[in-house]
Design a protein around this ligand. Sequence first.
Ligand SMILES: NC(=O)c1ccc[n+]([C@@H]2O[C@H](COP(=O)([O-])OP(=O)(O)OC[C@H]3O[C@@H](n4cnc5c(N)ncnc54)[C@H](OP(=O)(O)O)[C@@H]3O)[C@@H](O)[C@H]2O)c1
Length: 320
Amino acid sequence: MKAILARRYGSPDVLTLEEVDQPTPEGDQVLVKVHAAATNPSYWHRMEGKIPMLRQAYGDPEPTDHAMGGDCAGTVVAVGNDVTRFAVGDAVFGAAKGAFAEFALASEKALVHKPEKVSFIDAAAIPTGGLTALQGLRDQGHITSGQRVLIIGASGGVGIYAVQIAKSFDAQVTAVCSTRNIDMVTSIGADEVIDYTQQDWDGTGPYDLILDMVGDRDFEVYVKNLTETGRMVSIGALGMDTMAFIAKMGGYKASEQEEKVFSFIAQFTTEDLTTLAELMVSGAIKSVIDRTFPLEETAAAMAMQGGKRVSGKVVVVIDG
Ligand SMILES: NC(=O)c1ccc[n+]([C@@H]2O[C@H](COP(=O)([O-])OP(=O)(O)OC[C@H]3O[C@@H](n4cnc5c(N)ncnc54)[C@H](OP(=O)(O)O)[C@@H]3O)[C@@H](O)[C@H]2O)c1
């Protein structure tokens, strides 16, 4: 089978399209014929190898694990002996190791059935961004109906789902994006849009909840834009160097803002993937696809991801 491998750390030109053996599922593993696989900032960081924690996980000084990609949608072609929820022929979405490939192995619990009315491309786009938005708003942010919610970085792979999920909780959503994304963010449900090239969101509060994908302000700035019981959930670092952001987050626990500022790493759970599938079926959320690429052009898809300017999601389509 064809697969994209990363045998070295570096820019997208380290990615190679190679012929490798098709894996065989064992135990709780499911073999998925991948139809579509999305890019994510985390795959960019894994590819670059600049974050020490990720180098430890993938191999140092060179990666020993060469697989690339994770979020995907496809069809089950084989199952391990312990698999109970899937059979050959089922359409699924979720996370499979090395999803930039014709076939990829997934743990049964990292997959759910793909709703029939949702395309493989739209389903592949959702896992990481959708889970992060859902867990950030619901579990960390304690979102409730009627709250004023500020979503900073609303046009990206987490933001597009955050806007829609916040609306599904009947929140009043203010989205922060640049001029070119105003129409898109409005079309997915934002009540108000702040164009950050024209206006600063600082001073537009107080908000009950701030979900931030950009990370470029001191914690005091977020906190002064919160209500007395408000919460700020820090997700990512679109607006600053990732290592500097990690260092900054390391300090927040000891800061005066400890009870108002929260941060977390999204978890893949069957329950939350099922919730996302239900939200897609009800029409509460949909994917926004900026661009698709064929498997042969995965390096170009990753370069686009690394540019931090994607509107919605970039998806690699494997079988046309
Ligand atoms: N904690 C977790 O578990 C977790 C999970 C997923 C992602 N993340 C992190 O969260 C961040 C967002 O991920 P993502 O997938 O949404 O990224 P993404 O898809 O790459 O975001 C791209 C979008 O961000 C917008 N943007 C760039 N700079 C901005 C700024 N200064 N202010 C507002 N918008 C800006 C861009 O639009 P314009 O060019 O028009 O501004 C573009 O639409 C990343 O740092 C990622 O590593 C964390």
